[in-house]
Design a protein around this ligand. Structure first.
Ligand SMILES: [Zn+2]
Ligand SMILES: [Zn+2]
Length: 371
C-alpha cells in the first residue's frame, strides 16, 4: 500500500462487545479502517435474533464457533451517522443498518465488477463475496460500526426508532414475498406459523403489498398468538382437516424447527395445482416432504432468508403509515434494555434466551462519550 493511498483513509476506534466463547462477552477495543465509500455509524438500538442466541448459547457446531468467534453479535439495528463523505447520509442522520454486505459494496466497486451472481443479476443477496454483520464479522454490538454508505439507509422522520429497528426482519419477509409479487393481486394466501416470522409476513402482505386481509389465512397452534393477527381467517392446525381439499395459491412456511415437517406437508395438501410454497422457517434438520403431490400439482418451492438494500426501501416507506406502525408495534416489548457494558449485553442475551417470547428483545446501546 503506498502513502498516497493511505492518506485517503482514516481509522476509527470502536468498543466491541465481542462474544469470545459461549456466554462470555468482553469489551474489546478494535480499530477499523474507513474508506471514502464507507460511513461510520454509532449503533443506537439493536434487536436480538435467534441467530444471535445460537452463537451466544453455543448451539452452533464447534468448528463454526471456532471459526467465527470472537465476534460482536447483532445484525438487526439502527444508529446515527458519525462520519460520512456521502452527500446522502450526513452526520446526525438516523439510519437503518443493512447487515448483508455485498462484496462489491465492501470493496467500493460496481455490481458488475463483483461475483457471477451479482454480475448476472441473480439476486445480489446471495453474493458469493458477501459478508454478514454478526455472522463471520463483527456485528452491531460495537460503538463505531463502519459500513459502505449504501448500507446505511436514512430513516424517514415519520418512523420512530423502535419501529425502524424492525426493518431488517420485515425486509426478509418482503424479499421472500417479492418472488410471488405478480401473483399477490388476486391470490389466496396461507401462512403457517403464529410466531413473529408469520406475523411479519402477514404485516408485509397487508401494508407493503396491499393484499386484502380476507385473502390471507393463518394457521397456528396457540390461540393467544393467533389472536394477535389482524386478518380474520385464523385457524388452529390441530383442529383443521387438511384432507378437505385445496384452496390456496401461495403458502408461506414460517414455523421452522421441529414444526417445519408438519407445516410443509400441510401446505402441500392445501395448495392448488401450480401453487407456490415459500420456505422461511429455519430448521437444522432435514425435512421429509410429500414430493409425490409436489410433482402431481406442479408446485414451486422457493427458499428465502436474506434480504438486501433494495428490500429495505419499500419497507421503510410503508413504515411511515401509522396503521403499519400499529401492526408492527405488537412485536415490541414493554421495555427496551439499556446496555452500558459488556456485562449488560451478556445479561440481556441470557434474558432473551430464558424469555423466548412472542415480542422482540430490544437493546438500547449507551456508549459513554469517548475521551
Ligand atoms: Zn435475524
Ligand atoms: Zn457479488
Amino acid at each position: 500500500m503506498n502513502h498516497a493511498h493511505q492518506a485517503l483513509n482514516t481509522n476509527v476506534v470502536s468498543r466491541a462487545y465481542r462474544l469470545v466463547k459461549p456466554r462470555d462477552v468482553q469489551d474489546i477495543v478494535i480499530e477499523h479502517e474507513v474508506h471514502d465509500w464507507e460511513v461510520v455509524v454509532e449503533p443506537k438500538i439493536g434487536s436480538v435474533c435467534h441467530a444471535d442466541l445460537r452463537y451466544f448459547t453455543g448451539q452452533r457446531r464447534a468448528e463454526a464457533l471456532a471459526r467465527k468467534l470472537p465476534m460482536a453479535l447483532i445484525h438487526e439495528g439502527i444508529g446515527t451517522i458519525i462520519q460520512s463523505k456521502n452527500p446522502h447520509v450526513q452526520p446526525g442522520q438516523r439510519v437503518v443498518i443493512v447487515p448483508n454486505l455485498q462484496g462489491y459494496l465492501i470493496k467500493g466497486l460496481n455490481q458488475d465488477q463483483c461475483c457471477e451472481t451479482c454480475r448476472g443479476n441473480k439476486g445480489n443477496n446471495y453474493c458469493t463475496h458477501g459478508r454478514f454483520l454478526g455472522s463471520g464479522m463483527d456485528g452491531i454490538a460495537q460503538s463505531r460500526l463502519v459500513v459502505p454508505a449504501a448500507s446505511a439507509i436514512p430513516i424517514p422522520a415519520e418512523v420512530p426508532d423502535e419501529i425502524a429497528v424492525l426493518t431488517e426482519l420485515c425486509s426478509v419477509s418482503y424479499q421472500a414475498l417479492s418472488h410471488v409479487a405478480d401473483r399477490l393481486t388476486n391470490a389466496n394466501i396461507v401462512i403457517f406459523g403464529d410466531g413473529p416470522v408469520g406475523y411479519l409476513a402477514a404485516a408485509m402482505l397487508q401494508h407493503v403489498y396491499k393484499v386484502d386481509l380476507d385473502r390471507i389465512t393463518v394457521f397456528g397452534a396457540v390461540p393467544e398468538k393467533l389472536e394477535k393477527f389482524d386478518c380474520p381467517n385464523r385457524k388452529l392446525v390441530q383442529e383443521y382437516d387438511f384432507s378437505s381439499g385445496t384452496s390456496y395459491d401461495i403458502a408461506l412456511e414460517c414455523t421452522g424447527g421441529k414444526f417445519s415437517e408438519g407445516a410443509i406437508n400441510q401446505a402441500i395438501d392445501v395448495l392448488n395445482p401450480g401453487g407456490h410454497l415459500i420456505l422461511m422457517g429455519v430448521t437444522e434438520e432435514r425435512v421429509p416432504i410429500n414430493t409425490r403431490d409436489v410433482l402431481e400439482k406442479g408446485l414451486t418451492l422457493k427458499g428465502s432468508s436474506r434480504s438486501s438494500i433494495e428490500d429495505f426501501i419499500p419497507v421503510l416507506h410503508a413504515m411511515k403509515d401509522p396503521t403499519c406502525q400499529a401492526t408492527l408495534s405488537k412485536l415490541l416489548p414493554s421495555a427496551i434494555i439499556e446496555i452500558k457494558s459488556n456485562e449488560d449485553f451478556a445479561e440481556a442475551m441470557a434474558f432473551a434466551e430464558e424469555h423466548r417470547s412472542w415480542t422482540k428483545v430490544l437493546l438500547d446501546f449507551r456508549w459513554e462519550p469517548s475521551c
